[in-house]
Each structure stands twice: as C-alpha cells, then as structure tokens.
Design a protein around this ligand. Structure first.
Ligand code: EPZ
Length: 447
C-alpha cells in the first residue's frame, strides 16, 4: 500500500494551482442522471472518488468519456486519468479535465452496498433516479469514520415530495409511480447532502418546491447553476431558502466545476505552518472567507489577487485562535483537522469546537505521536501551542485528517511517513507534486 514520506523543515515557496472541487464534482456528475442528453463538466479533478463515482454511475447507464476517451463502459480500463486510485499517476489533463456524461437510458435503478458503502455521496443518486424513473433502490451507506451520519433528512425531504419509502434488507426503496410533487421541505438541521438530493429531485417534480434551512455551501450554488443550465427553474441558492419550479424534462449542458475551497484552505494552512510564500492559483477568497479570517487572526498574511490568493508567513510567530466549525459561511469542518495541526505551533493555547460531526477527532491521537499536546473534552479540543513536532509513522481513517498529518510532517523535525495514502487520493489531486514544486521534501513510496 502506498505511503507518503516527508522530511520536514522546508519552507514552502512558489505557486500551487487549485483544482476543481471534489464536493461539487460528485453531485454534478450525479446530476447527469436527470437527463438523457449529454452533460459536459469542465475543470474536473483527477481523484479516486471521481473514478469510483464514474463506475457507480456506469452501473445506472451513464456513459462517461474523459478527454474524449470512454472511461466507464464495457472494455474501458476504468482509468479516468487515475490509475488504481492513485491520483496523478496518469494525469495528462491537468489542470482540470473535461468529462462528458450521458444517461441516454437508465438501465438499473439499484445502487448496491459495495459501491455506496465506499463513497457516501453516491447515496445522492436516490433523488435523481427517483425523479426520472419513479423508483430507486439505494443501499444505506452504513458506518463512517467521522460520525454516525444518518440519512433521515434525505428521506424526509423525498417523502415530502411524495415518495413512498421503505427500508428493505439494508436498502432504501423509494417509489413515486405518478412522479414527485413539489412541496415545502423544512430541514431541522443544515445538511449539504440532503439539500443536493432534494434540490435535484425537485427539478423534475410537478409544481413548486421550497427548501427551507437549506445548506448555503458554494458547492450547492455550483450545482444549482448547472441544473439551471440544464433547464431547471431554481432561485435562492446560496441562501437558506431555495425555490425550485419543477419542469417536465432537463436537457444537456456545459458547466465548469468551481475551485476547491478545502484544497485552498489546506495549502494555505500548510504555508502558515512551514513559513514561506505561496500563490494559490485559481483560488477564490469568497469561497472560504471564514477560514481566511482565522488565518489572518493567527498572523498569516493573505493577499487576494486577480487570479488567486497569496499566502505568506515570514518570520512572524503564529497566534492562537478559538474556533467553532459551522455550516457555510462559517468555518468548515473539512478544515478543522488542518487548523488543529497549525495551532500546535501557535504561541499560546487554542480551542477548536467541532459542531458538525461528533467523531471527527481521529487525527488527535496521531498528532500526539508527532509530539502535539491536545486535550479532548466532548466536542472541544484544547491545543497547547509551541509543540516541538518530531517525525513518526502515522495514519488516519479520513481524508482531511490524513492531510492534517501531511501538514504536520512538513513542519516536523526529521522523517514522517503517512500511511493509508488512499484517503489522500480520494480528495487531493497530485498532492505530493504540488507540495514538492514549492520546495517540500515529500515523495510517494509505492507498494
Ligand atoms: C458533505 O457531507 C461533504 N461531503 C463533507 O465533506 C462535509 O464534511 C459535510 O458536507 C459538511 O460540510 C460532500 O460534499 C461529498 P451533511 P454530507 O449532510 O452532505 C447530519 C469531505 O471530507 N445529518 O451536511 O454527508 C450529519 O450527521 C467530506 O470532503 C443528519 O443528521 O454532510 C452531520 O452531523 C466529509 N441527517 C450534519 O447533518 C441527515 O439525513 C451535516 O452533514 C443528513 C445529515
């Protein structure tokens, strides 16, 4: 199994191109189920999760071509520019590839356990399949490393649109033989996935749907823009109330995936950690203002430019901060682990409260192996600053936790090996290439 080896202590200097957002790409690919016509996506990142979703959609009948080559049908090598989940190995299309997805016919409305359990976002096929075919059978995703992650809000929302839902042998069986009907859907808790699922389903429902307490994440906005290009009638995305007027059919469209705000924030924190100056090319500050504000508070210099964001820390000590994660526009849970790593080097004690997922602290024990002092009390971590980090063998069971260990390794004394690299390949395109181009001593050890 691949590992990442890092020799810490090098400052980062240079330019890092920011890829298309994983968490927009996945629902955008799923949106292809809503139309028999071709959906073209630009700026698609080369990631293991994208490959896996391509295969899952292939089972439903979506024909996927990547840069003009068939990628998920019979005889395809499943490459999508990513070999065996190793992002970057065959990535000739960088920056950003073009995907054509076409579900001329839905050949299967079942999403099996072995697929959905490997990638939770594939559960989001439920709404689009139901809306287009009047039925869907999608495996419940099962357990997850970062918390229990139920799907009750997804099911409640689709039931409000008229679906009959039952659970059978671990599968959600949803039926709407006469089609879905628009309704008012009020989420008691903000959920990105449930908002995507219901928004996509409502595009083909009869009449108007209003989603209240909707997620406001930029990826929701990006998907709504794509759906509109496909002929959907949607307004209010990016606010807590999204209105969707159902239409009979959707058409093909061409759409660009927005830049990855979590990748942007991750590299910004890496630079803050090591010192140096890096331009994050293509990054958009508005997508992660809360995180940039925290970095400024910590003493990091952030300069928005026409084509990205320049991040610098030259000589200044890092100040401690107190942060709670929150739905957008708050500080993202997907940057919590990276900020925690950074705060191990701050001058003073910091606190970080995780309010989205109840179990998203698995990086704490691994950071301790590198010399960090972090105390956990319920949903709050207290991080002692000025830690002397020393390289060690570490691993994590989640994508963002894994990358927080990479950031720690960049600043630790000596050699750090991060195991279970497949987590990183799920969400960070060409991580080692991007960092080594800026002076990091980092390499992938294969096998
Ligand atoms: C999305 O997950 C992201 N995934 C996650 O990123 C991200 O951490 C999360 O949103 C929060 O921002 C993708 O976009 C593919 P939620 P999602 O539904 O949609 C509870 C990463 O590292 N909840 O917004 O699954 C849930 O348990 C990943 O890229 C219910 O109670 O998250 C959580 O506490 C990890 N019932 C909260 O809501 C439900 O039916 C928010 O979860 C659904 C969710």
């Amino acid at each position: 199994m691949d590992r990442i080896r890092i020799v810490g202590g090098k400052r980062l200097n240079g330019t890092i191109p920011i890829s298309g957002a994983k968490n927009a790409t996945l629902p955008l690919m799923i949106a292809s189920l809503l139309t028999p016509e071709r959906l073209t996506l630009e700026n698609v990142p080369s990631l293991a999760d994208v490959v896996l979703l391509g295969r899952i959609l292939g089972n439903h009948g979506v024909d996927l071509t990547v840069q003009g080559k068939r990628a998920n049908g019979p005889g395809a090598n499943g490459g999508n520019g990513v070999a065996n989940g190793h992002a970057g190995a065959n990535n000739h299309g960088f920056p950003g590839r073009i995907f054509h997805l076409q579900a001329e016919e839905i050949v299967d409305t079942t999403a099996p356990y072995d697929m959905v359990s490997r990638m939770r976002a594939s559960f989001w096929v439920l709404g689009p399949l139901l809306a287009r075919m009047g039925e869907a059978r999608v495996s419940l995703p099962g357990g997850c490393a970062i918390g229990t992650r139920p799907v009750d809000l997804h099911l409640m929302g689709l039931e409000k649109l008229g679906a009959e839902i039952s659970i059978d042998e671990g599968y959600v069986v949803a039926r709407a033989p006469k089609g879905l009907s628009g309704n008012r859907v009020v989420f008691e808790k903000v959920s990105v996935g449930a908002t995507h699922n219901v928004m996509m389903a409502a595009t083909l429902a009869k009449g108007e749907t209003v989603i209240e307490n909707a997620a406001r994440e930029p990826e929701i906005v990006n998907v709504a823009e794509c759906l509109r290009a496909m002929g959907a009638v949607i307004s209010g995305e990016g606010t807590a109330a999204i209105r969707i007027q159902g239409v009979d059919t959707l058409r093909g469209a061409r759409h660009r995936v927005l830049p990855d705000r979590i990748e942007t924030g991750t590299y910004a924190m890496a630079v803050a950690m090591t010192g140096g100056e890096v331009h994050l090319e293509g990054a958009e500050p508005a997508l992660l203002q809360a995180a940039l504000d925290v970095l400024v508070e910590a003493g990091v210099s952030i300069t928005p430019k026409n084509d990205g964001i320049t991040v610098a820390r030259n000589g200044h000590a890092l100040r401690s901060v107190n942060v709670s994660t929150a739905p957008f526009p708050g500080f993202p849970t997907d940057l919590q682990a990276q900020l925690m790593t950074l705060m191990t080097r701050a001058d003073g004690t910091s606190t970080i409260r995780e309010t989205i997922f109840e179990n998203r602290f698995m990086h704490v024990q691994e950071l301790a192996r590198l010399g960090a002092e972090i105390k956990l009390d319920g949903d709050t971590a207290t991080i002692s600053g000025n830690a002397h980090l020393k390289g060690a063998q570490v691993m994590a069971t989640d994508l963002r936790a894994s990358v927080s260990l990479v950031i720690a390794g960049l600043a630790a004394e000596g050699e750090t090996t991060v195991n279970r690299v497949y987590h990183l390949d799920r969400g960070f395109e060409r991580l080692e290439q991007k960092l080594s181009a800026c002076g990091a001593e980092i390499e992938r050890l294969t096998g």
